[in-house]
Design a protein around this ligand. Structure first.
Ligand code: ATP
Ligand code: MG
Length: 373
């Protein structure tokens, strides 16, 4: 690997790169190809940025900021029309070809064996044959997503939706229109394009879209500058805030405090901005309250009945090796999980996974035994 060239593409000096190698850059030798991974952001280089053994660089997918007062943020942030896309709820992957092999990188810059198998099945080979420099940024969603399982999308398994495209060794992405053109050209699914609105009417339109998506249990929207001149913003439905709260309270000791607080605060701002009636506000309050209390009670009662607090998910693989590799991948990511024996199903195997939620499990038992909070 030519360090000088790598530093140049990253936009830092070679000595700075060497300094980072001792602090935030981690090596990952498995699975192939070997790579260096930025564990945190540094010198303006996104977390999750990856340098492959052959010297090719894939920048991390940029963070998307979230306003709480939508109308004010739209005025402040955008200067022209606003393209609205659905925000899908799964996990972020960057799919690309290295040494002629397709791999899927997680947000943190690991090669995920399961996402890689899914990407190899869903992305046409022709795309990387014709464009080996491309990095497909997309969301993997569905009930067979072991990171974020959701059955609100039109798939019984797991699917890939393109939302952006980048090039190796380049910062920045193509933006909305080129992304959707590429998806169409190669028959890939893309996150739904929900319209382009003039800045002055955007708030009311987006509010209606978010309400409609919320009714379908969908997550929300990402607002994008059609010419990619300013960074995107994200905004989510109350239904998603509540379902996040419900999941997190079920495993209350395994989530950071900010996860709970930020979602509760979002609800407060949305209720004010939407100028709700007393009745609407009470309904929202009831939904938030139920999202907090019901899963908590469920967890406590389950523990009381002698059950372990676990999370059940499932994957579907073509090759049993993928499942073994994924098991190892979860372990190295610090997730404790038990894999059921594989069940043959059509031309693949279905594998149930029990994720252990140790902290909530132990804390709940201790509290039931009379320990202090
Ligand atoms: P952040 O990306 O801001 O660091 P996060 O990792 O917690 O936050 P989310 O809150 O889910 O992620 O929001 C951003 C993510 O939304 C993106 O990284 C991407 O994976 C996902 N996403 C889903 N749909 C889209 C879309 N249409 N455009 C861009 N990103 C999308
Ligand atoms: Mg997400």
């Amino acid at each position: 690997m030519n360090l000088g060239r790598v530093a140049q593409i990253l936009g830092i000096t070679e000595s700075r790169l060497q300094g980072l190698q001792e602090t935030i850059i981690r090596e990952s030798a498995w699975p192939e190809p070997r790579l260096l991974r930025f564990e945190k952001e540094a010198s303006g280089i996104e977390a999750g940025t990856v340098v492959f053994e052959n010297g090719e660089i894939v920048f991390g997918y940029p963070k998307i900021r979230r306003p709480l007062m939508l109308a004010a943020a739209i005025k402040r942030h955008f200067s022209g029309p606003i393209a609205v896309e659905e925000k899908m709820n799964g996990h972020n992957v960057r799919v690309l070809s290295v040494n002629s092999e397709v791999v899927a990188l997680t947000r943190g810059g690991f090669v995920c064996p399961y996402s890689t198998e899914v990407a190899r099945r869903l992305v046409p080979e022709e795309l990387f044959m014709r464009h080996p420099e491309l990095v497909l940024c997309g969301e993997m969603v569905g009930p067979e997503n072991p990171y974020v399982a959701k059955d609100i999308y039109p798939t019984d398994s797991i699917d890939f939706y393109l939302f952006d495209v980048a090039e190796k060794n380049c910062r920045g992405t193509f933006g909305v229109h080129r992304t959707h053109d590429l998806a169409e050209k190669f028959g890939l699914k893309a996150t739904a394009f929900l319209g382009e609105f003039h800045r002055d009417v955007a708030f009311e339109k987006i509010k209606q879209i978010v309400i409609r998506l919320g009714r379908q249990g969908r997550e929300g929207v990402v607002l994008k500058d059609p010419d990619n001149l300013v960074s995107p913003l994200k905004y989510t439905s109350s239904a998603t805030n509540c379902s996040d709260l419900a999941v997190a309270f079920g495993y209350y000791n395994d989530y950071a405090l900010d996860f709970f607080v930020s979602r509760a605060v979002r609800e407060g701002f949305q209720s004010v901005e939407w100028a709700e009636s007393e009745e609407e506000r009470r309904k929202r309050a009831q939904q938030i309250g139920e999202s907090i209390l019901m899963p908590l009670v469920e967890t406590i009662k389950r523990k009381q009945a002698g059950e372990s607090i676990v999370q059940r998910v499932r994957i579907r693989v073509k090759s049993l090796q993928t499942a073994r590799d994924f098991e190892y991948h979860l372990r190295r990511s610090g997730i404790r999980a038990l894999f059921d024996p594989p069940m043959p199903d059509d031309d693949s195997y279905l594998i149930g996974i029990t994720k252990l939620v140790m902290s909530t499990n132990d804390k709940t038992q201790a509290l039931l035994d009379g320990e202090m909070w």
